[in-house]
Design a protein around this ligand. Structure first.
Ligand code: T4K
Length: 425
């Protein structure tokens, strides 16, 4: 049955793309046709390593009766990350958000901190949670990371630091941002949640700024179910962070800092170690998918696939489209709705930008005026499925669907006008 539907769907797609008759638009699931995919295709499907190795480790954890609090597997995980990244210290945590909060405390940030608005809300919330004001700075329209040329204008006497985000696993302009931080005596944190396994000028991400923060959430390139880590080459900061993630305990009955519970569990560490054994396979799968998307989109006007250049290495965990509706005649949101109806759950990361979410939009209702590139990119980006669960055949169908939408942009967007949809239904 599955084969029948898949073949049928491929046939319909070929028909749709070759004939390009606006009447075939009715075959789209959004207008009542059969969805192209029987099962939902997600962005952020977890990369899972060798199941037998993981289960053996979990059994061992149960035998050892040591489930958390800096256990054997957490120590091994931290050690392996240090080796992989060539960094002195890795402190594993329960998630990336708490890791960010601890990094912010440990580096003594206060007052105002400069961050991109084009990021997951956790980057801004980790500051605001500690009553530090995130000051949103615009991004480079090509790389989607903090634009160093915009940073200095955002610095005030209250500014104590900068948090750069290596969005999509692609490093910020680290050299330029580091120079600005040094010149103005600001602390520098990189939110490297997307960037495990990526490098900058031949050095692994994890070695830059005062500290770097990773997320190992289920959707990330390397996952520990939930998890995160701080890496640093600064001994003093590392020691402080280790205490802070364990309530500030320095020995059984001695608390020396205000701390929290940021500990990673043993089961999470076991998942992380198991994933680390397979990261070359994960990268290969992601890179192959990315190259296929690149080939299949190369001649499609109005669609830009986010480009990972060949200078550094990346994990290719995200496949990002920018849709310019002045050319395609169909908007990003309309294409997304069509894909969702076909069971392709593409995502609008990071729309509408932190500055348009609460509490920031109430605090700074006009912030958008200083963030033109953030607003533009936020309205154009669509993230597509990739990872070890996405096949070449899936990618072919997704790209053909998008090609069909763009080639018939005007007709489809007219038909998507609210009155036409209700008539179709
Ligand atoms: N900084 C940055 C730049 C970040 O991107 C993030 C997290 C953080 C900081 C904070 O790190 P953590 O505290 O999360 O460690 C997801 C993730 O939950 C979030 O971790 C991630 N960024 C963000 C980019 O994506 P949502 O709201 O999109 O999650 P959700 O539940 O919609 O899941 C996304 C997709 O993944 C769904 O289509 C389903 C799929 N999925 C999800 C899970 C959890 C699965 O297939 N299996 C799963 O187990 O935020």
């Amino acid at each position: 049955m599955q084969d029948y539907l898949t073949n049928n769907c491929t046939y319909l797609l070929i028909l749709m793309i070759n004939i390009l008759d606006p009447n075939d638009i009715d075959e789209l699931a959004i207008f009542g046709g059969k969805p192209c995919f029987v099962d939902k295709l997600h962005v952020g499907r977890p990369n899972i390593g060798d199941r037998a190795h993981l289960l053996a480790r979990i059994n061992d954890i149960l035998d050892r009766k040591w489930l958390s609090n800096n256990g054997f597997y957490v120590q091994e995980f931290e050690q392996r990350i240090c080796e992989k990244l060539g960094v002195k210290h890795c402190i594993a945590m329960c998630n990336g958000t708490v890791a960010l909060e601890i990094a912010i405390r440990a580096t003594n940030l206060t007052g105002e901190v400069i961050v991109p608005s084009f990021t997951f809300i956790a980057t801004a919330h980790a500051l605001q949670w500690q009553e530090i004001t995130p000051v949103f700075c615009d991004i480079d329209p090509i790389k989607h990371t903090l634009n160093p040329e915009r940073i200095e204008a955002m610095i005030t006497p209250r500014t104590t630091g900068i948090i750069g985000v290596h969005i999509w696993g692609q490093p910020c302009n680290i050299e330029a941002i580091t120079a600005i931080a040094q010149q103005h005596n600001l602390k520098l944190i990189f939110d490297a949640s997307h960037a495990f396994g990526s490098s900058y000028k031949s050095q692994m991400i994890g070695n830059f700024g005062d500290v770097e923060v990773f997320s190992f959430h289920a959707t990330k390139f390397l996952n520990t179910f939930e998890g995160g880590a701080i890496t640093t080459n600064n001994d003093e900061l590392a020691a402080k962070i280790r205490l802070m993630k364990n309530f500030g305990f320095a020995g059984y009955d001695n608390v020396v800092y205000i701390g929290t519970n940021g500990k990673m569990s043993e089961v999470s560490a076991a998942m992380g170690i198991t994933g680390l054994e397979s990261i070359n396979d994960f990268i290969e799968a992601n890179q192959q998918n990315y190259k296929q998307y690149q080939r299949e989109f190369q001649d499609l006007v109005g669609i830009r696939l986010f480009n990972y250049d060949e200078i550094d290495s990346y994990n290719y965990q995200y496949v990002i489209l920018e849709i310019d509706d002045t050319i395609t005649n169909i908007s990003r949101d309309q294409i997304m709705k069509i894909l969702h109806a076909e069971n392709v759950l593409a995502r609008r990361y990071f729309y509408p930008g932190c500055h348009r979410m609460e509490p920031y939009r109430s605090f700074f209702p006009h912030a958008g005026l200083l963030l033109p590139e953030t607003e533009k990119i936020g309205n154009r980006v669509l993230v597509l499925p990739t990872g070890t669960s996405t096949s070449g055949d899936d990618i072919h169908k997704i790209t053909q669907l998008i090609r069909y939408c763009v080639n018939n942009g005007l007709e489809i967007s007219q038909k998507l006008q609210p009155k036409n949809i209700s008539r179709a239904i």
